[in-house]
Each structure stands twice: as structure tokens, then as C-alpha cells.
Design a protein around this ligand. Structure first.
Ligand SMILES: [Zn+2]
Length: 308
């Protein structure tokens, strides 16, 4: 048994205007890197179903889902999302939510699983924001607790930006604990209140970052019990990221991923990983940066789970 991965070819099949800053091709390139470097084999890839209205309604208002799907949002709402509307964008967004849910199912079954997309944590219940249209983390956590699959879910959000949409969606829900480790100075300007926020200064590097994350994670896990962890491994913490304010190296990112995953697996906690944000004009280089997560997860899967 090898690490389960979740990917759909439609993730990169959205045409954006030339010079649009979002690196939409990175998802297909990430798959190519993982297969090309021998990190994964094609048999490990699971293809998800798009999330239907009932699933999305666990974290979004039906009105927002309906208007987003039909392309009926007003110009200000579309600007806030950051993408021009298209049917392909809707299909891609719904499939990525289905993909994170599928990743969680596989994690519950096998202990650990990784998505090749996901982490759209700025999407709120009734609006999209900052390249995030539907909140895959929130829908998946809500699905896990509503279906009785998990009593309590921990979301460990290590994207450089605060997981404001996720925090607001679960503001009054004790079944989902939101931990966000982010740059204090970065988007969104107006922060939400997570169950635990670790806001670090601009320029934070490997050592300070890993110490802060380790302390936060061990504190939460010592005090509370969970049945599932959703881990957002945003690559925008990297020193070369265009939108991040941190200075993590490749090694620091690898240590971060291994810290989160191994800390949870040592406690028999299943972990579903998503890639989160990452911005670089050199998209092949960015795809390779995102693949750090899958390399570390593969090593953890071998160490902790493959004998089971
Ligand atoms: Zn981000």
C-alpha cells in the first residue's frame, strides 16, 4: 500500500486572461513532477467527484452557491474572488472541494492522504475572496462532523495567509478547531478570530517558524481530542514566494510538513493534506516546491503506516 493521492485533470483546465497572476497550471505540473520524479505512481491517484449542492450547503449559503454556479454574482463580488467567471471555473472549484472530501475519506481509511490541490481558506459562507471561491477545508470538516465520521476535527492551516473564511464559518462550532499560523502583516487585512491564531512577524525564518508551530500544535493536541486533522501546507511561506512575507527555505518547509504529519500520526490521528497557496512566475519551480509536501508525506506514510 502506498500513500493515497487525489487529483483531477480539470484542476488546471481553466483559461485565465494572459498575465493573470494566478498560476493555474501548477496542479497539472505538480502531478507531472510527482510521477516524473518517481515520488508516486499513477495507481496512487484517485479521481474525485465534484461536490454537489447538498455537500456545499454544509459550509455555504445555498444562495451564494446558486449565484456562483449560474454566473450571477455582481461585478464587485467577482472582483473580490479574483477570477473571471466561467463554467470551467465552477466545475473546477466543485471538483476541488470533492477532492478534499475524498482525501479526508482516504485519510480516515489509511491514516494519511494528500490532495494535489485544495486549501481555499478565504472563501466565506456567502462570498469568495482572494482566489478562493468554495471553502474545501470547511466543507470537508463540516461533512466529517455532520456525517458522524468524526466527532471533532482539527484544521492546521499553515498557509502564510490567515484562514479567515474557515475561522468565521466555524466561529460558533466547537466540533471544529481552527489553528492558523500566518504572517501578521499579510492578506487579509481584517483578520478573523480562529480558535488559535499564531501571527508571526514579516521575515520569520525556519527556526522561529518551526518553534512557534511546534508549540501551538503540541498545546492543542495535549488539551483536546480529535478524530481527523486537515492540514493546509501552503507553499507561500517560502522565501521566494511572490505574496508571502516569510523566509522559509525548502528544508524548513520539509521540516514543517514532517512535523505536522508525524506529530499527528504518532497520536494515531488521521491526516488529510492539501497544498494551499503558492505564487511564483516560474510555475515549474512552484510545482516542485508544492511537491515537498507529497515527498514528506510519502516518507511519513512509509515510517508510520505502511506496515499496518
Ligand atoms: Zn496563501
Amino acid at each position: 500500500m502506498a500513500l493515497p493521492l487525489v487529483y483531477h485533470q480539470n484542476y488546471s483546465q481553466v483559461l485565465l486572461p494572459e498575465r493573470h497572476p494566478f498560476p493555474m497550471t501548477k496542479f497539472a505540473l505538480l502531478r507531472d513532477v510527482l510521477l516524473g520524479d518517481g515520488v508516486a505512481r499513477a495507481e496512487q491517484l484517485h479521481s474525485p467527484e465534484p461536490a454537489d449542492d447538498a455537500l456545499l450547503a454544509l459550509a455555504h449559503t445555498p444562495d451564494y452557491v446558486q449565484r456562483f454556479t449560474a454566473g450571477e454574482l455582481d461585478a464587485a463580488a467577482v472582483r473580490r474572488q479574483g477570477f473571471p467567471w466561467s463554467p470551467a471555473l465552477v466545475t473546477r472549484s466543485r471538483t476541488a472541494v470533492g477532492g478534499t472530501r475524498r482525501t479526508a475519506e482516504l485519510a480516515l481509511e489509511h491514516g494519511l492522504a494528500c490532495h494535489l490541490a485544495g486549501g481555499t481558506h478565504h472563501a466565506h459562507a456567502d462570498f469568495g475572496s482572494g482566489y478562493c471561491l468554495l471553502n474545501d477545508l470547511a466543507v470537508t470538516a463540516a461533512w466529517a462532523v455532520e456525517s458522524g465520521t468524526a466527532r471533532r476535527v482539527l484544521i492546521v492551516d499553515c498557509d502564510v495567509h490567515q484562514g479567515d473564511g474557515t475561522a468565521r464559518i466555524f466561529e460558533h462550532d466547537d466540533r471544529v478547531f481552527t489553528l492558523s499560523v500566518h504572517a501578521a502583516s499579510n492578506f487579509p487585512a481584517r483578520k478573523a478570530i480562529s480558535d488559535m491564531d499564531v501571527a508571526l512577524p514579516r521575515g520569520t525564518g525556519d527556526v522561529d517558524y518551526l518553534c512557534a508551530l511546534h508549540q501551538a500544535l503540541t498545546t492543542v493536541l495535549a488539551e483536546q481530542a480529535f478524530d481527523l486533522v486537515l492540514y493546509d501546507a501552503g507553499a507561500d511561506v517560502h522565501a521566494d514566494d511572490r505574496l508571502g512575507h516569510f523566509e522559509l527555505s525548502d528544508t524548513g518547509m520539509a521540516q514543517r510538513d514532517r512535523l505536522v504529519i508525524s506529530t499527528c500520526l504518532q497520536r494515531d490521528l488521521p491526516v488529510a493534506c492539501v497544498i494551499g497557496g503558492g505564487y511564483d512566475r516560474d510555475v515549474p519551480r512552484l510545482a516542485r516546491r508544492h511537491s515537498i509536501l507529497h515527498r514528506e508525506a510519502t516518507a511519513c506514510f512509509k515510517n508510520y503506516l505502511s506496515a499496518a
